[in-house]
Design a protein around this ligand. Sequence first.
Ligand code: ATP
Ligand code: MG
Length: 317
Amino acid sequence: MIEVRNLSKTYGDVTAVEDVSFIAEKGEILGFLGPNGAGKTTTMRVLTCYLPPSSGSAIVDGFDVVEESMEVRRRIGYLPEFPPLYADMTVSSYLTFVAKIKGVPSAQLKSRMDEAMEKTGIAHQRNNVIGHLSKGYRQRVGLAQALVHNPSVLILDEPTVGLDPRQIIEIRETIKALRGEHTIILCTHILPEVSMTCDKIVIISEGCIVGEGTPESLMSQLKEGEVLRAQIAGPSDEIRELLSGIDGVLDVVDDDTAAPKDGDEQAYIVTAAPGHDIRDLVAKRIVDGGHGLRELRGLEMDLEDIFLQLTTQEAEA
Ligand SMILES: Nc1ncnc2c1ncn2[C@@H]1O[C@H](COP(=O)(O)OP(=O)(O)OP(=O)(O)O)[C@@H](O)[C@H]1O
Ligand SMILES: [Mg+2]
């Protein structure tokens, strides 16, 4: 299990991570999702004891990353954004080298290596030189070095960057197969990656957590009824004011994607605060105001909309 509590990290006067808290339960895959520069790698560097936190703490399998860093390192396998592979070494000599550094006892060396290569699908490449492997296979070697000491926790930083679509699918399948045996944090800026692979998602933007939950619960945060498209006939200034004044409405904009209508008809996109179903209220106010309600429907939002909304709201603020 991994527990991050009120973690902040600054580089000089740059605050990379601010008051971040989350928990990854044993055996689950937690997706740490955020745009470039959000603070994902920084958080992982603290978890893997490469950087001390500026404040707050992180506990890995019951051990504090600052106070008990040797215990934490023993329990963590880390695939960094740029895995330190030695191009001149063969796969098996490299993995032997890593396993020894990580303190795998000689008696277990062979079985640990075989298992890591088996799980990552590189057993048939064991005698090949790393520099001659395809990028996808090199990434698998990176994954194997993270696994070779059989850690309870795996931290994977953008594991599919630079791979072709088929390799991406294979690496994701490999990661999914590790669920249960290992607690995994998967950092990525690619939304489908987390929705396809992860049990839980934590969304980070500009160093702060802006959303958290299962893919399903994140979706239900913004249910139908919270974003409406309303086609209304009447003076648009008056209608915009009327819509904006409804309890729970955050935002009213013209729907410029709609084809222009005859006369004074206009489509509006109305966004309400989470938990506010404003459909009935909008309909009533429009009709009571003597305007013509031509169409009213909830807009479906998908995870991508939610991700964009959460991360751009934060950026605007
Ligand atoms: N060593 C450093 N010194 C100064 N600032 C840094 C350093 N490393 C990261 N930063 C800054 O901290 C912020 C967070 O960076 P971080 O690498 O953690 O983001 P990220 O979410 O991993 O981004 P990406 O998706 O691009 O990998 C950025 O503003 C970055 O410029
Ligand atoms: Mg990064």
